[in-house]
Ligand binder design. Structure first.
Ligand code: GLA
Length: 666
């Protein structure tokens, strides 16, 4: 009997244990928990949305990501085996791409790929993970440091010893929103830029931004000749022919009272005297942008109340032009007419009427092109048609141009300074022939230290880095990386660390809430304000949640960004993961950001274990570091409350990846 039953028992045991064990594919997990250096991680696709492919080998399953990327998995000792093929995705255009894959378990490196370059064959991982509590799947740039690129985990799967739900495996980062900004009062209060530049003879539009109960009436005393104010909506329009500095008193009035504030109108050569504030289509819609979405954004800018806090620009990014290399009938056509003037694609049937619509709301319209033959997304750009394009922008009523290098790589002889500057000077020259103030935004990702010469080629702002994405590693690297660029920021000339990644973002039709935690979003907006950065909201404005709206409508935070002195904050302290940044303000006070960045000097793969490091830090601010001695007053800017008088030093507790934003006066 025994002999008969033994094989039965063994096979029964095998059946039971194999039914208990489970395979979990990496592409089944919630990838929003993955930290990524650029773009968004994709299930079964590369980071750019193409079929996964390494060294010519195609894969059906897996995850496409971009270094530096981390995914933390809580195995809880229930893991048995991990396997995957890894390598640089074949879509990468960067021939010198070199990255390294790690599997780190319980803070020990369990497997490492060694440096992998573009076109290398995939490397196979087959790893016993019995007893491991947590693993991190990590891709870093290799030691040469700069060549971070598209990285794939193909056919990646975990064998578990017992069934476990994929959601239990992923450590979701807390995004519990908490609102600090107090609600504006019903009393009228004028917000927005205190100084505004215009060129003589060019069309003028400045909308008085004011919070308070409606109906509200507006007035402006001492307007220069040529300007009038619409008392019902606060729009100041006209043209001023005589150069000069004009001090105007703005008035906003409702049934509860009256608010007055001075506006300095500077009629001269300089525009963008404070960092541009508005919205741009790229971080939410990317190429899914169309006329309807742009109008909806303008509507939402007004209905959400953002306009009452100084938000002004509605900027169309890439994908409004004609694309010839496509089967999409909406995009195809003749890029230009017989006289070389640019055509729009069918998503934008009438640019002039769109611009009239945006202007009728007191807002301004921005557009996008590039100095090469094609834009980054492969649409017609301005190469050899700069004059026609600038003229057409003027006729349409465009107020802002983002000019993106991309395919100019094929035209430029090399990356020498004269070659980097040339195409930007050519478009500057074309814009100068147009009787309209068009803010000129240079986009070439910081090549040749553009901050040193962006002003010389006539830019009003210049991107200092590659594209931002909604992860801590991307946002913090870009934002805190602005240290040292402060000498180059001033009224009319701004460093641009890229657009905001708060709210519903997504780079396409599918949007998701920003993957930054609430603390990280406070850090993002505080830092961009201290940096006097252009503030371009990158989310779907028609779906603003309360948290995001409050983040974007704190007038004391915006006032720091828009301060007329136009100084960019300097980092005065950087130790043990704590940073202090200080921005001088026009009234002699200082805006101070105390950030607990944490130990993000990720020296070893084991340092990528994050959740154990979440805690608070106490950061001390010595008055002497601000050039103050004796007593000083401290105001909490996000909460808009005075914290009192202090002597010599102020200590504050700051959450991990969070900030205390203060305004300090003598
Ligand atoms: C580049 C820019 C982005 C965006 C896209 C459009 O990547 O850096 O901000 O404009 O091109 O294709």
């Amino acid at each position: 009997m025994k002999q008969l039953f033994l094989p039965l028992i063994i096979s029964l045991f095998c059946v039971i244990s194999s039914s208990l064990s489970q395979t979990i594919w990496l592409d089944e997990l919630d990838l929003s928990a993955m930290e990524i250096g650029w773009g968004s991680p994709n299930a079964k696709k590369s980071v750019d949305g193409n079929p996964l492919s390494i060294g010519g080998q195609k894969f059906e399953r897996g995850v496409g990501t971009h270094a530096v990327s981390t995914l933390l998995l809580k195995l809880d000792g229930k893991g048995k085996h991990f396997s995957a093929f890894v390598g640089v995705d074949d879509e990468t255009e960067n021939e010198i791409a070199s990255i390294e894959f790690f599997v780190v378990g319980n803070k020990r490196v369990l497997w490492q790929s060694g440096v992998m370059k573009a076109k290398d064959s995939a490397k196979y991982i087959s790893l016993d993970i019995i007893g491991i509590k947590q693993i991190v799947l990590l891709v870093t740039g290799s030691d040469d440091g700069i060549n971070y690129d598209h990285a794939d985990w193909c056919d990646a799967k975990l064998e578990m010893t017992e069934p476990i739900s994929p959601t239990q495996l992923v450590e979701k980062r807390s995004v519990e929103p908490y609102i600090l900004t107090p609600q504006p009062s019903d009393m009228p209060k004028i917000n927005g830029a205190k100084v505004f530049g215009v060129r003589p003879g060019n069309p003028f539009l400045y909308t008085v931004a004011a919070t308070g109960k409606r109906p509200m009436t507006f007035d402006a005393i001492n307007l220069p000749n040529g300007l009038t104010i619409d008392k019902a909506n606060g729009q100041i329009t006209g043209t001023v022919n005589v150069k000069g500095e004009y001090k105007v008193t703005l008035i906003a009035q409702n049934e509860l009272g009256k608010s007055e504030r001075e506006l300095r109108i500077s009629v001269g050569e300089k525009i963008a005297l404070t960092p541009p504030m508005g919205w741009n289509s790229w971080n939410c819609w990317a190429c899914a942008v169309d006329d309807e979405k742009v109008r909806a954004s303008a509507d939402a800018m007004v209905s959400s109340g953002l306009v009452n806090h100084g938000w002004t620009y509605i900027n169309i990014d890439d994908c409004w032009e004609i694309k010839t290399e496509t089967d999409d009938a909406m995009l195809k056509g003749e890029p230009r007419d017989g006289r070389g003037f640019i055509n729009t694609n069918k998503k934008f049937p009438d640019m002039k009427s769109l611009s009239d619509y945006v202007h009728s709301k007191g807002l301004k319209l921005g557009i996008y092109s590039g100095p090469g033959p094609l834009t980054c997304a492969g649409f017609a750009a301005s190469y050899e048609y700069e004059l026609q394009d600038a003229q057409r922008y003027g006729e349409w009523g465009i107020d802002y141009l983002k000019y993106d290098w991309c395919s100019y790589s094929q035209i430029a002889k090399d990356r020498s300074l004269p070659e980097l500057k040339k195409p930007y000077a050519v478009m500057r020259n074309a814009l100068d022939k147009v009787p309209r103030d068009i803010v000129y935004s240079l986009c070439q990702y910081g090549m040749g230290d553009v901050w040193e010469w962006g002003e010389e080629v006539g830019g009003n702002l210049w991107r200092t880095t590659g594209d931002i994405t909604d992860t801590w590693s991307s946002m913090s690297k870009i934002g805190f990386g602005e240290a040292g660029h402060e000498p180059f920021a001033k009224p009319g000339s701004w460093n641009d660390p890229d657009m905001l990644v708060v709210g519903q973002v997504g780079w396409g039709p599918q949007l998701h809430p920003s993957r930054l935690t609430s603390d990280e979003q406070y850090t993002h907006i505080s830092l961009w304000s201290l940096l006097a950065s252009p503030l371009l909201i990158g989310c779907d404005l028609s779906r603003l949640d309360d948290f995001t709206l409050n983040l974007l409508t704190n007038d004391e935070v915006i006032e720091i960004n828009q301060d007329p002195l136009g100084k960019q904050a300097s980092r005065i302290f950087n130790q043990n993961g704590n940073q202090i940044w200080v921005k001088e303000l026009e009234d002699g006070s200082k805006a101070v950001g105390l950030f607990y960045v944490g130990d993000d000097e990720k020296k070893t793969p084991a340092d990528y274990f994050e959740w154990e490091r979440k805690s608070k830090a106490t950061i001390s601010l010595p008055a002497s570091s601000l050039g103050f001695n004796g007593r000083f007053t401290v105001r909490d800017v996000w909460r808009q409350i005075d914290l009192g008088m202090f002597e010599e030093q102020f200590d504050v507790e700051v959450p991990w990846h969070g900030v205390a934003l203060l305004r300090i006066s003598k």
